[in-house]
Design a protein around this ligand. Structure first.
Ligand code: FAD
Length: 395
C-alpha cells in the first residue's frame, strides 16, 4: 500500500518538501490553517521575496549546534534553488551583500512552488488547523479542525511565531514536547529594539532618520543602517544584532565606522577652528542626530577651538562607541524570525528525522536553526525540506 505523507504547513519548507515528494510518486497532503499558501513568502522582502543569498555559509545561522545546518545546506545549495528559479524564468536581482530578490513580485516564488506541487499531484487542504498529533500502530493520527486524518509519515513545517497576525501557532513545538523531544527556548529574532521611555522621548525626535553604523553586541557585529523610529531602533544592522542580543546587554553603535575621527578633527582645526562643533560634525552626521546628541550631553554646544584635547578624545570615544541598553524588543509582532525551536539534538542533521520517533520529521523555521537577514532563512527552508524529502525517497 502506498505510504501517506502529511505535511503540516503550506509555507516555504512545507510546499517545497511536498513538491519533491509528490514528483517522486508519494501520496502527499499538505494541511495549513490559513486561506492562502505561502503567506510569509508573499510578505517577505517587502513583497519581492529575498529568496536566497549568493553567500550561504553555516556562520550565517544561529543554533545551539552551529554545525547542524551544514549537511543540509551543502546538499541543496543556493545554486540549486537559483537553478529552479531560472527554470521558471523568474526575473531577479542582487540588492546588496548577495541578497537575491524577485524583480516583479514574491508571488512568482509562490506560483513556482504551487506549480511544482501541482506536478507532483500534491493535495492542499487549506483552512485546516492541526490541533494535536498522536502515534498509532501504523503511523499517526492527526486531530484537525476538519476531523481526524491518518498518516504513515508526518513532516512538521509549521514555522515560528513571528507575525502572529498571519495565524502562526506553537503546534510544532507542542508536538515535539508531546513526543518528549527537547525544544530550546524560543524568542523573537530579526526584530526592532524598544527603548526606556526617557531615552525614547529624546530619540523619537529622530524618527525616520537612518545612519550607517557598525553595531555590536559582545563579539558579534554588523555594519549597516540604523533606523530611528517612533518606538525605538530598527534598520538592517539593528535587526541583525537583535538575534544576538539578550536582555540587559549593551548595544555598541559606532556612528562613524569608516572615518578616522582624530585625523578629521586635526584637519578641521587647521581649516575651521572657529566654527561651532555641531557645524563641523554636520559634515559627517545628520544635523538632527547632532542636536539630539547635544541634548544627551554627548556633544557639547561649543566651537571646535573651545574643545580641548581631553574633551575631543572623549567625544571620539563616544561617537565610536555610543552605548545603548534597549528596553526590550518589539517581540513576535514585528519579528522576522523565531530563534530557538525543536532541538537539533533530537533530529538527524542529514534527514531532519526525529531520532526517537520513527517517521516524524521537522523542517524549516520550527527547528532551532535561524538565519541572518538576507535570504538565509528561506535557504534553510529549501535545504532542510530537500534533506527530508531525499531521505524519504531513498529509504
Ligand atoms: P512558514 O513559511 O512560516 O510556514 C508555516 C506554515 O504553517 C504557515 O502557513 C502557517 O499558517 C502553518 N501553520 C502553523 N500552525 C499551523 C497549524 N496548527 N495547523 C496548520 N497549519 C499551521 N526570510 C528570508 O530568507 N528572506 C526574506 O526576504 C524574508 N522576509 C521576511 C519578512 C517577514 C515580514 C517575515 C515575518 C519573515 C521573513 N523571512 C524572510 C523569514 C521567512 O519568511 C521564514 O523563515 C520562512 O517563511 C520559514 O518557512 P517555514 O516553511 O518554516 O514556515
Amino acid at each position: 500500500m502506498q505510504q501517506k505523507i502529511i505535511i503540516i504547513g503550506a509555507g516555504a519548507a512545507g510546499l517545497f518538501c511536498a513538491s519533491i515528494l509528490g514528483q517522486n510518486g508519494f501520496n502527499v497532503t499538505v494541511i495549513d490553517n490559513g486561506k492562502k499558501v505561502g503567506r510569509k513568502i508573499l510578505m517577505s522582502g517587502g513583497g519581492y521575496c529575498n529568496f536566497t543569498n549568493l553567500n550561504i555559509d553555516a556562520g550565517n545561522y544561529l543554533s545551539n549546534n552551529p554545525h547542524f545546518c551544514k549537511s543540509a545546506l551543502k546538499r541543496y545549495t543556493q545554486w540549486d534553488f537559483i537553478q529552479l528559479v531560472n527554470q521558471y524564468q523568474i526575473a531577479y536581482h542582487e540588492k546588496e551583500h548577495g541578497q537575491l530578490f524577485c524583480d516583479v513580485s514574491a508571488q512568482n516564488i509562490v506560483d513556482m512552488l504551487l506549480n511544482e506541487c501541482h506536478k507532483g499531484h500534491v493535495t492542499l487542504k487549506m483552512q485546516t488547523e492541526l490541533l494535536d498529533l498522536k502515534q498509532t500502530e501504523s503511523g499517526f493520527l492527526l486531530d484537525t479542525s476538519h476531523g481526524p486524518i491518518s498518516a504513515n509519515k508526518v513532516i512538521v513545517a509549521t514555522g515560528g511565531l513571528s507575525m502572529p497576525r498571519l495565524g502562526t501557532t506553537p503546534i510544532g513545538y507542542k508536538i515535539a514536547e508531546r513526543f518528549h523531544l527537547p525544544v530550546t527556548p524560543i524568542r523573537a529574532g530579526l526584530v526592532p529594539f524598544t527603548l526606556q521611555p526617557t531615552l525614547l522621548d529624546i530619540l523619537s525626535q529622530l524618527a525616520g532618520i537612518s545612519v550607517f553604523a557598525n553595531v555590536s553586541v559582545k563579539h558579534q557585529q554588523f555594519k549597516g543602517n540604523v533606523l530611528f523610529t517612533h518606538r525605538g531602533l530598527s534598520g538592517p544592522a539593528i535587526l541583525q544584532i537583535s538575534s544576538y542580543w539578550q536582555a540587559g546587554d549593551i548595544v555598541h553603535i559606532n556612528l562613524v565606522p569608516d572615518l578616522d575621527l582624530a585625523d578629521f578633527f586635526d584637519q578641521q582645526r587647521e581649516q575651521a577652528a572657529n566654527q561651532q562643533l555641531k557645524t563641523i560634525l554636520a559634515k559627517i552626521l545628520p544635523k538632527r542626530l547632532i542636536e539630539v546628541l547635544i541634548e544627551l550631553h554627548i556633544i557639547e554646544d561649543i566651537t571646535l577651538k573651545q574643545l580641548n584635547l581631553k574633551q575631543q578624545s572623549q567625544l571620539i570615544e563616544q561617537l565610536y562607541d555610543w552605548q545603548i541598553i534597549p528596553n526590550g524588543t518589539e517581540g513576535y509582532r514585528t519579528a522576522e524570525v523565531t530563534l530557538g525551536g525543536v532541538s537539533t539534538d533530537a533530529l538527524s542533521s542529514k534527514t531532519m528525522a526525529s531520532k526517537s520517533i520513527p517517521d516524524l520529521y521537522f523542517i524549516g523555521e520550527v527547528v532551532d536553526v535561524s538565519g541572518w537577514l538576507g535570504g538565509y532563512n528561506f535557504q534553510w527552508a529549501w535545504s532542510s525540506a530537500y534533506a527530508c524529502a531525499s531521505e524519504i525517497i531513498n529509504e
